[in-house]
Design a protein around this ligand. Structure first.
Ligand code: BES
Ligand code: ZN
Length: 618
């Protein structure tokens, strides 16, 4: 395998020359100007003679000065012209005391973020549920940290951090760290919050939120945070958190991060969940009322090991984060429901997501590789279910070859123990796999490694999954597809009786991969199953897509409304794309997007603008 350790998505000094060993942040949050201003102190260690300068990633930052923090000596710096995909390099002349191998220094950078920082969304009070206070949150993965902090913005560098955040007195600030105190401020209208993240983390895991936040305890080491209106609902929905944490610990070893809190964000949050250490961020679309979407929490909890302890060294190796995490997430859910069948059912669902992703890109597209090349590529453009589902299926397949789930779980534990606190490549993982299972060399020789890593499209081998739980979904799906108009009256609400929410979702996913249904079929399905009224976002999303696919024009306003309201990329992008493909809704979709763009999350706005072929600079 041509193993690439260089990260093509950073402009910063490579890790074999200089590494950041600690970050210290001091920010003032200004809702009027929509800026964070203050400084970052970076402790850096020089690993080679004659490096001379430190290069950091930035995007849209205004830098007012750079100092050697120990001596207060001003340092010469230059900000290079921006590159669309990766931002602008900030070059800093290192002090004379930090020229040699093994030397170190602390660089202080005074700066301010831009109101259009890609990592941040600034919401005015009208955009919140409470309507009274403004709100700010960050999303740094994959390469948005550079719009927040000048740093080595690559997952190959890990450092602990401290932070002080000053905000309007009535608001609460939280970070991806342990809360270490509050201080009064010389300006009595403001308040300062202190944070400490002692575990070394990559830059993409730095996170901040500021808003009118409240919390409820949901376990011995967990609280749920949100605006007052969501907090009780969240407490119910995520009541299984501690059980999930304990199940994950039984699988992978101790949870090292202290606190595990959840934050429910406004609907514009672009992801289902984000594994910010100590404080997972989740979309409010998980609040289904029946815990049926809590698998996202199991996923983010799993990242506390796969991703946050053992980290991919670049986004080309993202499957080491996401594929492993999906694999572990399904182990947790399987154990909690006491059934391997449940785990297999989840895997079957994942295959549908993989097929959708392959169809969206096209089956020979390079982004469908497990290890894509990301030279001069914005990783947000390459993002899809591929590393999740191809990656976890690969692990499932290897588990089958090993022949025993206990042995494979022991391997996973050993893998975490071996690589925790490090950033690794696919080759590192593969070498360890071979050294761990020395007696399995002949079995592993069967594996078409190159095909798995570097061929496009679906998986080279599909493991056999137990279909017990999906059979009912397949049966109902086939019945709908085969039904002629006369037979439509034979369907009724009772068809879904005895099906879990997950099975209803699987039924709809299967239908979406079939040829379009007729408008009459859709009409009947809507009146039997009442999908228009569902409070479950996964059902609603698939139902809207199914209606659009069938050319059911009545759905257009609802689909547009939902696409605009939810910032969650997984829902908004396919809906906007479907609406754009369809002549009848195309113009309305573009108009609705342009009207809403100002209120959208910057990441969602950028991605949807690309999908709708609207000028991204506008
Ligand atoms: N780390 C990801 C979210 C992410 C990926 C943010 C890439 C930015 C770039 C998170 O753990 C995740 O995978 N979320 C999924 C949840 C799921 C697979 C259960 C999501 O957002 O849907
Ligand atoms: Zn994930």
């Amino acid at each position: 395998m041509a193993d690439r350790r260089v990260d093509p998505c950073t402009l910063s000094t490579p890790v074999d020359q200089i590494v950041t060993t600690k970050l210290n942040l001091d920010w003032d949050v200004d809702f009027e100007k929509k800026t964070l201003s203050g400084n970052v102190k970076l402790d850096v260690k020089i690993l080679k003679d004659g490096v001379g300068k430190l290069v950091l990633d930035t995007r849209d930052l205004s830098i007012s000065g750079v100092w050697n923090d120990a001596t207060n000596e001003k340092l010469t710096f230059a900000l290079q012209d921006p590159n669309q995909a990766v931002g602008s390099a900030l070059e800093i002349q290192l002090p004379s005391s930090a020229q040699q191998k093994e030397s170190s220094c602390c660089i202080r950078i005074e700066y301010q973020t831009s109101p259009s920082a890609s990592a941040l969304q600034w919401l005015n009070p009208a955009q919140t549920v409470g309507k009274k206070q403004p709100y700010l949150f960050s999303q740094c993965q994959a390469i948005h940290a550079r719009s927040l902090i000048p740093c080595q913005d690559t997952p190959s560098v890990k450092a602990p951090y401290d932070a002080k955040v000053t905000v309007p007195r009535d608001l609460v600030a939280l970070m991806s760290a342990v809360r270490s105190g509050e201080e009064a401020c010389s300006d009595s209208a403001k308040k300062t919050y202190c944070f400490e993240q002692k575990v070394p983390i990559p830059s993409y895991l730095v996170a901040i939120v500021v808003g009118a936040l409240e919390s409820r305890d949901i376990g011995p080491r967990s609280r749920v945070w949100s605006e007052a209106e969501y907090v009780e609902k969240g407490k119910e929905e995520f009541s299984e958190t501690e059980t999930m944490l304990q199940t994950a610990e039984a699988l992978l070893g101790p949870y090292v991060w202290g606190q595990y809190d959840l934050l429910i964000l406004p609907p514009s949050f672009p992801y289902g969940g984000m594994e910010n250490p100590c404080l997972t961020f989740v979309t409010p679309t998980l609040l289904a009322g029946d815990k049926s979407l809590a698998s996202v929490v199991a996923h983010e909890i799993s990242h506390s090991w796969t991703g946050n302890l053992v980290t991919n060294c670049s986004w080309e190796h993202m499957w080491l984060n996401e594929g492993f995490t999906v694999f572990v997430e399904r182990k947790i859910l399987g154990r909690m429901k006491g059934s391997e069948k449940e785990r297999h059912f989840q895997c079957i669902g994942g295959q549908k997501d993989l097929r959708q992703a392959v169809e969206t890109f096209g089956e020979s597209h390079p982004y469908t590789h497990l290890l894509p090349l990301l030279e001069k590529v914005d990783p947000d453009d390459a993002f899809s279910s591929i590393p999740y589902e191809k990656g976890s299926t690969f692990l499932f397949y290897l588990e089958t070859l090993v022949g025993n789930t206990d042995d494979f779980e022991a391997f996973l534990r050993a893998y975490i123990e071996k690589f925790k606190y490090q950033s690794i490549s696919t080759q590192d993982w593969k070498d360890f796999l071979f050294s761990y299972f020395q007696d399995k060399a002949s079995v592993f020789n069967e594996v078409e490694w190159d095909k798995w890593f570097h061929s496009p499209g679906m998986c080279p081998v599909l493991p056999k999954f137990d279909t017990t739980l999906s059979d009912a979904c397949t049966k109902l799906c086939d019945r709908w597809c085969a039904a002629d108009f006369m037979e439509l009256e034979e369907f009724g609400a009772s068809d879904l009786k005895g099906m879990s929410t997950g099975q209803v979702i699987e039924f709809l996913s299967q239908l979406l991969l079939k040829p379009a249904l007729s408008e009459l079929h859709i009409h009947s399905m809507g009146s039997c199953y009442k999908f228009d009224d569902t409070g479950n976002s996964e059902i609603k999303f698939r139902w809207l897509r199914l209606c659009i696919k069938a050319g059911y024009a009545k759905i257009i306003p609802k689909a547009i409304e939902y696409a605009c309201k939810t910032g969650r990329l997984k829902f908004a992008r396919p809906l906007f794309k479907d609406l754009y493909k369809w002549q009848k809704s195309r113009q309305k979709a573009v108009e609705a997007f342009l009207e809403n763009r100002e209120n959208m999350h910057p990441i969602t706005a950028t991605m949807v603008a690309k999908d709708l072929e609207v000028d991204t600079q506008q």
